[in-house]
Design a protein around this ligand. Structure first.
Ligand code: FRU
Length: 934
């Protein structure tokens, strides 16, 4: 067991450590997994507000596209976009809204400079970076500006107009943008300043086209007269230049127009220059991309320029194709970039997935390696442990072999010793027998007996004892060598026990030991080996007598419990110490000197013999209170083999039983009261209730020679003894410690169970009143102390004789009524009447049992037995049988029934049996009796 525990201990340790390690590793891997899964830290998540003054035209759409394109590189950043649709108030409102939404940076293209200045400053003052794009406010309180230099554009337009278009002479019309918007103001100023160098060039008139087509057309049409006078038109953007061209066409005026923006795309500046609609257009980049780059430089705290002036150039027939080519290349590159970006995104997604799978694989691999390591480690440990266990096992094995060898040697030595003892025992037996026989002859010789006195007896007793011991030793060896064979026969165990007990009767009487057989069954048939059981019970009885003091009690009880029969040998002797009890059946065990139960072989032999008999033997004992040995035997014969059943002997024994146990065969099925089987040592019993010890002893000594004497020292014990023993007579003192003899007499006489018992009261003082009191108490006699013992004995005998007369009267013929005066009490008369009535009523009932009778009368079995014995002087079963036979005799003599019918009517089912017992009682068979009647 311990070794196993070690194994478990050692195996668990590495496993536990391994598990802990595995847990830590798991944790580490999970962290690794999540780290691996998380992408590289992106730009911070920013919100950029972009307030556009107007969004409907191509230039503004291009600006937004550029921004979005650039923002696509910063996916975490959110763009908050508003379109004021050319309305400054609306733009102010929209900016306020944006500010509320906690934008990180504001990009604004103010519709008009002055109205939007305040809100831009407000944002700027709040610490929100502001990028002004294309158009400006009236203040310089902004973070950065992105856009071309509009004043320069005006000047470049003036130069181009003067040199390339007008050849330094002529008049121009100017179509300006929205008044108040910074590009309109700056371009107009630059244009005017630029023309100052050319004194022959004049600006004939100016209109505001507000950056849009319709307004430009309207204004030019209004000035149609002047229009005819000018040589060329400078429009602030290509949209208004196109509108100017349309108005010129309308009036069939072939005048040159230059614009600003030079955007690629359908109907845009480059196209218009290329198809000669416009003479030239000044490139005005939207700055969308630059604005976003500047924004991130600001947000990421990188260096940036406050003024980011975009380059501009004049596009005309000389460079327009090149520009277009460049644009188309750029746009195809742009598309390519976009496609690549898309591909890149897809690849990134695939990469992310692959990275996840890879992470999982790596984790699994690491786990497998670690767990494999742990398993390998455990395996090594287990191997180590197994090796050490195997070593220990082989050690134990060799120790075991040594032990087996040693025990075999010891057994052989013991066997040799025992064989020696057995052989010696056999040798002893012959000389002992040879001593015993002549000794018994000597003992028979009266002369020798006189000469030797008790010595010869002592020699005889001890020789006999030696012989018995030697025999036991030989028996024991026989059992050990299985030479002792069970030879069981079916026999009456009650009779067997009875005979066995009789062997001890004499010695028991001599020592005043109350030795009884108490049996539930008068003839319990049992399969047993008489030879074996004799040895066992004889041994138990010998021991009981040995350890029971004089005046003690030994009871042999026979009863059945389930499918076994129990024989109890109970004594109230010295008892056995607890420590000795458990060893009492061991071979050669002897308890402390003085309380030993024999030679030490007897009980051990008994145990072996009972085992051979498929039975058991057990002991219960209490020191100074007595000992009970219980022997059990199985009922039936199914436990015995064919060889173990000795059929020959069985036949013999059964015959013996039938001859011997005649009366019990009368009611073989009916269990009888225990005492019915037991024959009291004395015919009659007396209960003496007396508290004076001297008088107690005196009375006991005087009476016990002729009577069984029960003693009680007070009223209560007296009453109990009276009910329990139902004695034939009671002698009681009147004055007792706990009560009065007269009360006791009164109670007993008025009790159905004890009413028949004659009571003699003894008193010290005998006043007439007391005597009257005594007699009124229903006592049968009242004697005053000192009394003459002979007188008392005479009275006792007289009372018992009277009871005998009464018995005869009742038992002679129950149907006969008498007028003769008797001493029977009214209660006893009632009892006799009830009893005989019930028996009479049930005569034909074969199954009518003593139990039924007890139930009908309402009295215990023992009390009924005593009562019937006292009043009728016979056993209950004898009484019932007598009643049956008397009734049968009446039927046979007076009625005309057949023998079988009569037998049946009196509850005897077997006609043959009926004839036998009828003849036994009346000396004549029923048929002869019937014939004689005729
Ligand atoms: C577009 C536009 C452009 C011009 C710019 C001036 O709305 O009119 O054509 O160059 O605005 O702000």
């Amino acid at each position: 067991m311990d070794k196993h525990m070690h194994v478990a201990h050692f195996t668990v340790l590495p496993l536990r450590a391994g598990l802990k390690l595995a847990q830590l590793l798991m944790l580490f891997l999970v962290v690794l997994f999540f780290l691996g899964c998380s992408k590289k830290k992106e730009d911070e998540k920013f919100i950029i507000g972009f307030s556009q003054c107007v969004a409907s035209d191509h230039w503004r759409r291009t600006m937004l596209d550029e921004m979005k394109m650039e923002l696509s590189l910063h996916p975490a950043t959110k763009l908050l976009y508003t379109d004021a649709d050319g309305n400054s108030n609306r733009q102010i409102k929209q900016v306020h809204e944006m500010l509320k939404q906690n934008i990180d940076l504001l990009i604004i293209s103010p519709n008009e400079a002055h109205p939007l200045t305040a809100v831009v400053e407000e944002a700027y003052n709040k610490g929100i970076p502001v990028i002004v794009i294309d158009r400006k406010t009236s203040s310089s309180r902004y973070t950065a500006y992105v856009g071309a230099n509009n004043y320069e554009i005006g000047k470049m337009a003036a130069d181009y107009m003067a040199n390339a278009v007008l050849k330094r002479k002529g008049g121009v019309a100017e179509v300006m943008g929205l008044p108040g918007s910074s590009p309109a103001i700056e371009r107009a100023k630059g244009f005017a300043d630029g023309l100052k160098k050319y004194p022959d060039i004049k600006i004939n008139f100016q209109v505001y086209g507000n950056w849009v087509k319709d307004e430009a057309q309207n204004q030019l049409q209004k000035n149609a007269a002047q229009l005819k006078e000018v040589d060329a038109i400078f429009a602030h953007n290509d949209v208004m230049a196109m509108a100017s061209k349309a108005v010129l066409r309308k009036f069939s005026l072939a005048k040159k127009v230059i614009g600003v923006d030079a955007l690629p795309g359908k109907d845009a500046g480059l196209e218009l220059v290329s198809n000669n609609t416009l003479t030239a257009s000044l490139l005005y980049p939207t700055g969308g991309k630059e604005a976003i780059n500047t924004a991130f430089a600001i947000l990421n705290n990188q260096s940036f320029a406050k003024e980011n002036i975009l380059q501009t150039v004049v596009i005309d027939s000389t460079n327009v194709e090149l520009m277009k080519m460049q644009w188309s290349k750029i746009s195809s590159q742009q598309k390519d970039i976009e496609r690549r970006q898309e591909l890149l995104d897809n690849q990134l997604e695939i990469y992310d997935n692959q990275r996840l799978v890879l992470n999982i694989i790596v984790i699994t691999l690491v786990l497998a390696v670690v767990l494999g390591g742990i398993a390998f480690h455990s395996l090594l440990q287990n191997r180590k442990i197994n090796k050490s266990l195997a070593l220990k096992n082989s050690e134990i094995q060799s120790q075991r072999n040594q032990l087996i060898e040693m025990s075999a040697k010891a057994e052989a030595a013991a066997e040799m010793k025992l064989s020696f003892f057995t052989n010696i025992s056999h040798e002893f037996r012959t000389p002992l027998t040879l001593i015993l026989s002549p000794l018994e002859d000597l003992l028979k010789n009266e002369k020798v007996k006189q000469l030797t006195g008790n010595n010869l007896n002592l020699i005889h007793k001890n020789v006999f004892r030696l012989l018995k011991l030697v025999n036991q030793l030989i028996d024991y060896r026989k059992i050990e060598h299985q030479k002792f064979k069970l030879r069981a026969t079916e026999g009456n165990i009650t009779a067997f026990l009875h005979d066995l007990i009789e062997n001890f009767r004499h010695i028991a009487q001599k020592r005043h030991i109350d030795l009884r057989l108490l049996s539930e069954n008068s003839s319990l048939m049992l399969w047993f080996d008489a030879n074996i059981l004799d040895k066992v019970i004889f041994n138990l009885l010998s021991n009981a007598l040995k350890f029971t003091a004089d005046h003690g009690r030994i009871q042999v009880k026979l009863r059945t419990a389930g499918n076994i029969a129990e024989i109890l040998v109970e004594d109230n002797g010295v008892g056995i110490e607890d420590a000795d009890l458990k060893n009492i059946f061991d071979q050669f065990y002897e308890a402390d000197a003085g309380y030993s139960r024999g030679s030490g072989l007897g009980l051990s032999l008994s145990k072996e013999l009972m085992q051979l008999h498929k039975g058991t033997i057990n002991v219960a004992s209490k020191k100074w209170h007595g000992t009970t040995f219980t022997v059990t035997l199985p009922l039936g014969s199914s436990h015995l083999s064919a060889i173990e059943k000795d059929v020959q002997t069985e036949k013999r024994i059964r015959l013996y039983d039938q001859l011997k146990i005649y009366t019990t065969d009368l009611e073989p099925q009916q269990p009888l009261a225990q005492e019915e089987v037991f024959k009291p040592l004395k015919e009659q019993s007396i209960l003496i209730i007396e508290d004076n010890t001297d008088l107690q002893h005196y009375l006991r000594e005087k009476f016990e020679f002729n009577y069984e004497v029960f003693m009680a020292a007070n009223c209560l014990n007296g009453m109990n003894e009276a009910y329990e023993k139902i004695p034939d007579l009671i002698i009681s003192d009147v004055v007792l410690q706990d009560g009065h003899g007269t009360e006791l007499a009164n109670k007993l006489k008025n009790d159905f169970r004890t009413s028949h018992i004659p009571i003699i009261l003894l008193t010290a003082r005998g006043s007439i009143e007391q005597q009257i009191d005594g007699i009124q108490s229903m006592a049968d006699l009242y004697l005053t102390k000192p009394f003459n013992f002979d007188y008392l004995t005479a009275n006792v005998e007289n009372l018992l004789r009277n009871r005998g007369i009464l018995k005869e009267r009742y038992s002679s013929d129950i149907s006969h009524t008498t007028t003769k005066k008797t001493v029977a009490s009214q209660l006893d008369k009632k009892f006799i009447n009830d009893f005989s009535g019930i028996v009479e009523h049930n005569l034909s009932n074969e199954d009518f049992s003593v139990e039924d009778l007890c139930k009908a009368i309402g009295i215990s079995r023992i009390q009924l037995y005593r009562k019937v014995k006292a009043l009728l002087n016979c056993s209950i079963s004898d009484y019932i049988l007598n009643r049956r036979l008397k009734k049968a005799k009446y039927y046979l003599g007076n009625e005309d029934y057949t023998i079988a019918e009569v037998s049946y009517m009196v509850g005897i089912s077997s006609a043959t049996y009926f004839s036998t017992i009828f003849k036994a009682k009346y000396g004549i068979t029923p048929s002869e009796f019937k014939k004689n009647r005729m």
